[in-house]
Ligand binder design. Structure first.
Ligand code: ZN
Ligand code: ZN
Ligand code: ZN
Ligand code: ZN
Ligand code: ZN
Length: 417
């Protein structure tokens, strides 16, 4: 008797699960294929029946998302799907992901870095590169904008974007259906002009640049803002000499920034193009610095006049911070312009190197020549002058004579300047 149809068994038969079956009756319970060659017995409470390999593994949820076959050995889980190790590839290209490779998920599919970047990744409004990690999302004019966190901070602090290109973030409608019907032209363009390696390198370059800009410029601005608020605090406390020493420290920041701007201007001049317009801001910053000292000279005035001095002082320090910020912005914009429009890839490096050199010296005014200590320079490789760079100031901060008696005593060689 056939274990499936109940009729007598003649001719070819299969013996399995303590029964016999017509060859033609021995079928997979789920797909109804004849499974005499290879089967997997299933024992239910009431009955036992065969399954084909695929359906047996399907019931165990062990089916490869790529080839739809059983996962008998080791497999990889991603995107709520499972894959044969050798079938865990990008949905677009045959790149197989190794155990340490990163892959990207989009709409239940996995993609390599390249295809995810070109087709699906949201692009940063600041630098137009794909956003692959965390980002800042803001809504401006009823439009959602995504930024790399550093790109956003650079924009927020100095109102500067790293690229003039508009980002080409794929819109939801472009990908309304599946990846196979994808038609984003910019993505196609990018896939034509870039290779996986070149795109990765481009992103890494931008990421590094953005990180350096943010790190160096925010530290520089913070350091000068620190001087300004200390100047205010010392004057309020009647510690005038300390205020003067702190002003000297602030002026050193200004000096280094001016030197960096002069060098950028030299680059523009070499290209025979118009430079940055910064004269007004630079003059205002100088004027306000001078005003600070003239205010100090009024601190011995009768008390009734001193109240207005405090007001004036507050406005003054706000002005100092304001113009310094604008000049940082001008320097950054100028160096980006040199890079974008004139192919000068060193200008930005040099601006940042100069400013970080000041930080290396802890903004100490008593150091007469920045970066004189070569070993430290070599440690901080970005502190060295890029080859072929024209510096109108020869890499020096001017190193003026210190106003502070105390410092002159500690640093007698300062008098040489
Ligand atoms: Zn039968
Ligand atoms: Zn089956
Ligand atoms: Zn597979
Ligand atoms: Zn791919
Ligand atoms: Zn960005």
């Amino acid at each position: 008797m056939c274990g499936a149809c109940g009729n007598p068994v003649k001719g070819q038969f299969v013996r399995a699960m303590n029964k016999v079956f017509h060859l033609n009756c021995f079928r997979c319970r789920d797909c109804n294929k004849i499974v005499a060659a290879k089967f997997f017995p299933v024992e239910d409470a009431e009955e036992s029946y065969p399954l084909c390999e695929r359906d047996y593994f399907a019931r165990l949820d062990l089916i490869c998302g790529k080839c739809d076959k059983a996962l008998r050995g080791s497999y990889i889980t991603a995107c709520s799907k499972k894959y044969h190790v050798e079938h865990f590839t990008c949905s677009v290209c045959p790149v197989v992901f190794g155990p340490l490779d990163s892959y990207y998920e989009h709409g239940d599919e996995v993609y390599c870095h390249f295809h995810y970047s070109t087709r699906f990744a949201v692009k940063c409004v600041g630098c137009a590169n794909a956003i692959l990690k965390q980002f800042v999302e803001i809504n401006r004019n009823q439009k959602d904008e995504c930024w790399h966190p550093e790109c956003y901070m650079i924009h927020k602090f100095w109102n500067v974007k790293l690229t003039s290109k508009l980002p080409t973030t794929p819109t939801a409608s472009t990908y309304a259906s599946t990846a196979s019907s994808f038609v984003d032209l910019d993505a196609v363009d990018e896939e034509k002009t870039e290779t996986p390696d070149s795109l990765r390198a481009k992103q890494a370059r931008m990421e590094k640049q953005v990180e350096q800009i943010w790190r160096v410029l925010s530290a520089f601005e913070e350091s000068s803002a620190g001087c300004i608020s200390e100047m205010l605090r010392f004057v309020s406390a009647g510690q005038y000499l300390d205020a003067v020493i702190m002003a000297e420290r602030f002026i050193l920041h200004v000096e280094v920034l001016f030197a960096a701007i002069d060098d950028l201007e030299a680059q523009f001049a070499e290209q025979k193009v118009r430079g940055m317009s910064h004269a007004r801001e630079a003059k205002m910053l100088c004027r306000k610095t001078v005003n600070f000292f003239s205010l100090l000279s009024h601190t011995q005035d009768p008390p009734e006049q001193r109240a207005s001095i405090t007001q004036e002082l507050l406005a003054l320090v706000t002005g100092l911070a304001h113009y310094l910020k604008i000049l940082i912005r001008i320097a950054l914009t100028g160096s980006l312009k040199l890079e974008r429009e004139h192919g000068n890839t060193k200008a930005l490096d040099y601006l940042l190197a100069r400013l970080s050199l000041l930080a290396l010296d802890d903004a100490d005014p008593s150091i007469p020549v920045r970066g004189q200590d070569r070993s430290r320079l070599e440690l901080e490789s970005q502190g060295s002058i890029p080859p072929g760079f024209t510096s109108s100031t020869r890499g020096l901060a001017y190193g003026y004579r210190s106003l502070a008696v105390r410092m002159v005593r500690f640093w007698p060689n300062l008098c040489r300047f």
